[in-house]
Every structure is written in C-alpha cells, then in structure tokens.
Write a protein that binds this ligand. Structure first.
Ligand code: FES
Length: 332
C-alpha cells in the first residue's frame, strides 16, 4: 500500500514538479550530471515520428478505397508507431533517466523524512531532462495519436444513428418473387426437402436485401412465435439468404430424407456453419450467428404466384451497432 502511495507521489512530482515550490536547498543524494540535450532531441523526434505514423492509420483507414494494398499500409503505420515510440522510451530510459538503486525496502509506516528523500531522489533523477515540458508534451501527443489509431477500427462496427441506408430492402407488399432468370415463382413450384433462391421482381439482385431462400415445410412442423404466425403462405417460408454472422450466402439445406428424421430441417451457412431453424422463424440452432435470419412475409396471389406481404421482420446481413434500432413492421 505504502509502495503504491510512494509511486503515486513520485509520479505526480515528476509530472508536476515544476509547479511546486522547490524544497529548500540541501545536500544532493544523487550526484549532479549534465543534461543531454542531444538525446532529448532524439527522444522527442522519435515520439514525433511515432505520432505521425499513428496519425497515418486513421487516414489510410478513411481513404482505404483509394489506396492500393491499404491493409499493408495500415499494419505498417501501426507497427512503425509502436517501434518509434518504443525506441523513444528506450532512449529515455537509457540516456535521460538517472537510475538509482535503493538498497533498503521502503518502511511499512509513513515516514515524512524518508518520503522527502524519495521526492528528492525523483526530482534529481529527472535533472537530465532540460526540456521536460517539451518531452512530456511529445510523449502525451504520441500516446494520444496511438490511442486514436487503436480506436479507429471501432468505426467498422457500423453506425449507431444513421442506420437508414442499412435497413432499406427492395421488398414491398405485393412484390412478386422471381428466380435468377426473372421467372415468377409459383407456390406449386416449391417442394419439400430442398430450398430455392428468389429475388424481388425488377430489383437489383446484388442488393444485400434482395435474395431470399424459400423452403416448404409440413404445416405441423411450424413452431413460429405469435408475431410471425402470418408470415408463411401454404407452408412456404422465406428468409434472407445473407447469414447474420458475417454475410455469407446461406447455401445449404440440411433435411434428413430417411429415418431417423432428426435433427430437423435447417438452413446452414457454409462459412462457419451457423444453422437456422426455418420452422421457428429462422432462430439460431448452432454456430456463431448472433441473431436469427430475417423472415419475409409471403402471400399467394390469385394465379398461384408467390408475393411478398411486406418487408423482413429484422435487419438483413451481419449486425452493426445500430441494429437494435430496427422497428418491425408486421404485415397487415
Ligand atoms: S458467415 Fe455464416 S456462419 Fe459465418
């Protein structure tokens, strides 16, 4: 406890010592040594270069689209920053800080005289820093720049407030479901035991919210929560084809074709094997996905064609910070 207090006191003295009234002159404990402005310049320069390298990280990150091999530059800037700041600290430790071994343990009790001695040792140890404020400023600047660089990737977690562009999908009530060649899907085309891919008629098939998987299940298999009870149409359900883990396409359908018929049918993402239950609104059965597959409400028109009865019940694709701001708009 007393060691921690001594450490705090000595740190505070080192940082703010200039502002304190000086202790009365007394005999030095550590012999005075000349300052080393040359080494100070080296340390400050290394800190400055380290800060510049760290600042390059968010710049490269922001301009990534325009910079070829940006990943290598990101690594280079962060690595250089660590090396330069580390080198500055080594120079400081070896050439600017006077090291003094204390042979006896600190006493357990508080002893003002010994504490004053400790303060004096710390103050005199820093004597080689002739431009202490400049050095501390450089150290603080380099640390802050490095902190900003390390926090920059947080931006990749996605927006919190401007989430509208991420929530939009081409699906609207009444929009027809078509296949890859724009042929409308009819309910009678969809058989049990396999799955189909569908797109919104007339929309961009590359849009993140476009593609859905269609599955037909025996009606007695469904265990849908009440708010999704009206989403299937004649035993057919539709889910976003984009995995909610990291955005791969759901392209496997596990369905036992012979006894035993367990485990039950499931949509599977081939990337990390997230497994979703089509009978339970797309809930996660297994794997790293953090939330269920978004479900698209369906209807069947008078000619037997499949149509959307609204938008998905949740945001499409991998999650981001603002994903919980979604307000479901159930089909009427
Ligand atoms: S992207 Fe689907 S499980 Fe990882």
């Amino acid at each position: 406890m007393s060691r921690a207090r001594d450490l705090l006191v000595s740190t505070a003295v080192l940082l703010f010592g200039r502002g304190r009234p000086r202790l009365p002159e007394r005999e030095r404990i550590i012999p005075e040594k000349p300052g080393r402005p040359g080494w100070e310049l080296v340390a400050v320069s290394l800190l400055g270069l380290g800060a510049l390298a760290a600042i390059a990280f968010p710049l490269v990150y922001g301009l990534a689209k325009h910079i070829p091999h940006e990943t290598q530059f990101l690594g280079l800037s962060l690595g250089l920053s660590f090396v330069l700041i580390g080198a500055a600290l080594v120079v400081t430790g070896r050439h600017l800080i006077v090291t003094e071994e204390i042979e006896e343990d600190y006493p357990a009790e508080e002893h003002p005289e010994e504490q004053e001695t400790l303060v004096q040792v710390v103050e005199e140890s820093g004597d080689r820093l002739t431009r202490k404020r400049l050095f501390l400023l450089s150290l603080g600047g380099a640390g802050a720049a490095l902190g900003v660089a390390l926090l920059t990737p947080v931006v990749s977690l996605g927006p919190v407030f401007r989430v509208g562009p991420l929530l939009g999908t081409p699906w609207r009530r009444g929009r027809r479901l078509v296949d890859e060649d724009d042929r409308p899907w009819r309910a009678s085309d969809i058989e049990e035991g396999t799955f189909y891919t569908a797109f919104p008629e007339g929309a961009d098939k590359e849009d993140l919210g476009s593609s859905v998987v269609l599955v037909r299940l025996p009606k007695d298999r469904f265990q849908l929560p009440a708010q999704l009870a009206r989403y299937p149409a004649d035993g057919i359900v539709a889910y976003s084809k984009i995995c909610t883990h990291a955005g791969c396409a759901i392209s496997l359908y596990r369905t036992p074709m012979f006894e035993p018929t367990d485990p039950k049918p499931a949509l599977v993402c081939p990337c990390h094997y997230s497994t979703f239950d089509p009978a339970d609104g797309g809930s996660v059965l297994f794997g790293p996905a953090g939330r269920k597959l978004p479900m698209l409400p369906l209807s069947i028109d008078s000619s037997g064609g499949l149509r959307a009865a609204g938008n998905f019940d949740g945001p499409v694709g991998p999650s981001w910070w603002g994903v919980r701001l979604w307000k479901a708009n159930p089909p009427s």
